[in-house]
Design a protein around this ligand. Structure first.
Ligand code: HEM
Length: 561
């Protein structure tokens, strides 16, 4: 049935052409303006085909066929144009190699990432395509030490659009420090964090870490002879430590064996990673009913901690003291929402990373009895003040073990994305140019295992590579005595990232990890639970930006004091 229209209908071919042209124009607008907000997306994706339906209607049997036809034609012409452009030589990243599916849409990579093995996929792509790979239509991954400083150094690029997807839209105005893309705002907010982790502050935190490690020792002592999941206990330990350092208390996960917090965080991670890779989808996804419940529950939890701490006050200078600017050093005091957001960040950034690294270190030690014995000897050495954190900083084998664990399994396996500053035109990275509107990452896991940076045996746990040449030769003459070319490029070692946005908690993390390893090694002998499948550890390790770990079943025996 034809409806009567107030204008002369176009020829059918002209009608179709109009819809196709509208789809192509929409692509141009997307390309130029990169609209991301839900309103803009609806305006561009739904309004034009709805209006154009009026032109199609006279050529169809009614609205029920005109609407799907117009939408299908509009979206498919837009989609085809997008795909052809992304594969064409006119795309600014056209010269970079990569899988065709990655060039067409980031959906492919996001899908792979959700399985938790993106670090291996990045690594495989670098092995297939070389040091610079196009991992998305508008994104490059670098496995090149020369890219680090231009990308992340003081004249490098700010955080990339990744964070637009990771931080829920509703919370945009109170992003945590880690997710701030504006360099000036980041520098201003980071000042308080720097004060919270300076040398005197770290000294104040020593006693808090010490008390929690002693609590863990007491609990584990009651479990001697049975199998304990060391990974789980280290997770609870670092979580309680972070609550003490951040909010002067409030965490009791060791006491209660709290599985809720890991569940809240764990459940949200795969989707958070997907949204990071496809930031524009976050606008839609987070509006779906019932979605993001765990993430919101975690935010409520962090807000409660901050609220309780504010109400309670504190007799010591915790991180909250610095973030809320209780000393009144800043001209503009931070808002409560800002401090709550940063509080949540500290709990995740400070606990999961540290417990992951500690778990890897113990796993690697237990797989390598020689390394275990060498570390044990250093810890037991009566000439060293093993109990004094300042002395632990000078224990070569201890630090070598921690660094080697961080090299093989950096806690943030796949690095932190950067993108050229808006208005800058782009950024030169060595002999490459990263244009505005695109983004890039240095892939930490691949870089750390590159033979050009760490040789021989880049995939092998070899703490000795971190020692002075004389000790290396004395301990491992076959490896370091001249038979192999030895490469140890510390510039390529970036587990804490580099530059003005690097990990602000780096020194605390080292201090904490040394204290934990020294204490547990001196109190207990350890072995894997009978029948534990060593391969399962790496198989169960999932890269959701925050690493998820499997079980690390260990049987402890008390050591003579
Ligand atoms: C082994 C332990 C740790 C590792 C491997 C690690 C690694 C990292 C990495 C890779 C980043 C991203 C930097 C970037 O975007 O370039 C980061 C950021 C951050 N980390 Fe850590 N981290 C660890 C422990 C800690 C601890 C104990 C804290 C204490 C609260 C902490 C607090 C932060 C904060 C606040 C940021 C955001 C810094 C910024 O954007 O300016 N981290 N960390």
């Amino acid at each position: 049935m034809l409806l009567s229209l107030p204008f002369q209908p176009l020829e059918f071919e002209h009608t179709l052409l109009s819809v196709i042209c509208a789809g192509l124009t929409c692509h141009l607008i997307f390309n130029r303006l990169e609209p991301r907000s839900l309103l803009h997306l609806v305006l561009l994706l739904a309004v034009p085909p709805s209006v154009l339906t009026v032109l199609v209607l006279p050529h169809t049997s009614g609205l029920s066929s005109a609407v799907p036809l117009t939408f299908a034609l509009y979206i498919s012409s837009l989609g085809t144009s997008v795909v052809l452009y992304r594969l064409s030589p006119f795309h600014p990243l056209a010269k970079y190699p990569g899988p065709m599916l990655c060039k067409v849409s980031k959906l492919w990579f996001a899908g792979v990432a959700m399985k938790g093995k993106q670090h291996l996929y990045y690594s495989e792509l670098h092995q297939r395509f070389g040091d610079v790979v196009r991992i998305g239509p508008n994104e490059l991954s670098f496995r090149d030490v020369k890219a680090i400083v231009p990308m992340m150094g003081s004249k490098g690029m700010p955080k990339g659009p990744w964070w637009d997807g990771r931080v829920p839209a509703q919370n945009r105005e109170v992003r945590p420090l880690l997710a701030l893309r504006n360099p000036e705002e980041h520098a201003r907010r980071r000042r308080a964090w720097t004060r919270a982790f300076n040398t005197p502050a770290l000294k104040d935190y020593e006693v808090l870490v010490d008390a929690r490690v002693s609590q863990l020792v007491d609990i584990l002592t009651t479990k001697i002879g049975t199998s304990v999941d060391l990974s789980q206990w280290l997770g609870w330990l670092t979580y309680d430590i972070m609550n003490d350092i951040m909010f002067s208390g409030g965490g009791d996960s060791m006491e209660t064996e709290d599985r809720d917090i890991s569940r809240l965080l764990g459940n949200a991670q795969p989707m958070a990673l997907f949204l990071s890779h496809l930031p524009w989808t976050a606008e839609f996804y987070l509006r779906l009913p019932g979605v993001g419940r765990d993430l919101r529950a975690f935010r409520t939890y962090a807000a409660q901690r901050a609220f309780e701490r504010k109400a309670r006050g504190s007799h010591q200078k915790d991180v909250f003291y610095h973030l809320i600017d209780e000393a009144g050093l800043e001209a503009t005091p931070p808002s409560s929402a800002q401090v709550t957001s940063d509080g949540g960040l500290a709990i995740v950034a400070g606990s999961e990373t540290t417990s992951t690294t500690l778990s890897h270190a113990f796993f690697l030690l237990l797989c390598n009895p020689t390394a275990y014995r060498r570390l044990q000897a250093e810890v037991d050495d009566p000439k060293r003040d093993t109990w004094v954190p300042a002395s632990q900083a000078h224990m070569p084998y201890l630090n070598a073990v921690i660094n080697e664990a961080l090299r093989l399994f950096p806690a943030v396996l796949s690095g932190s994305q950067r993108a050229p500053l808006i208005g800058s035109g782009g950024q030169i990275i060595g002999s490459h140019f990263v244009p505005e509107g695109t983004s890039a990452v240095v892939h930490t896991y691949s870089l750390h295992r590159q033979a050009e940076n760490f040789s021989p045996f880049p995939d092998t746990f070899l703490p000795e590579r971190w020692l002075a040449a004389k000790e290396q030769i004395a301990l491992e003459p076959k490896i370091f005595g001249g038979k192999h070319e030895v490469i140890h490029n510390t510039a390529a070692f970036i587990p804490f990232s580099v530059g003005p946005s690097n990990c602000v908690g780096r020194n605390l993390a080292y201090q904490e990890m040394r204290m934990v390893v020294c204490t547990l090694m001196s109190k207990f002998d350890m072995r894997f639970e009978e029948g534990f499948d060593i391969d399962s550890w790496e198989e169960n390790m999932l890269d959701y930006f925050v690493v998820q770990r499997g079980r690390l079943p260990v049987v402890l025996t008390a050591r003579a004091s």
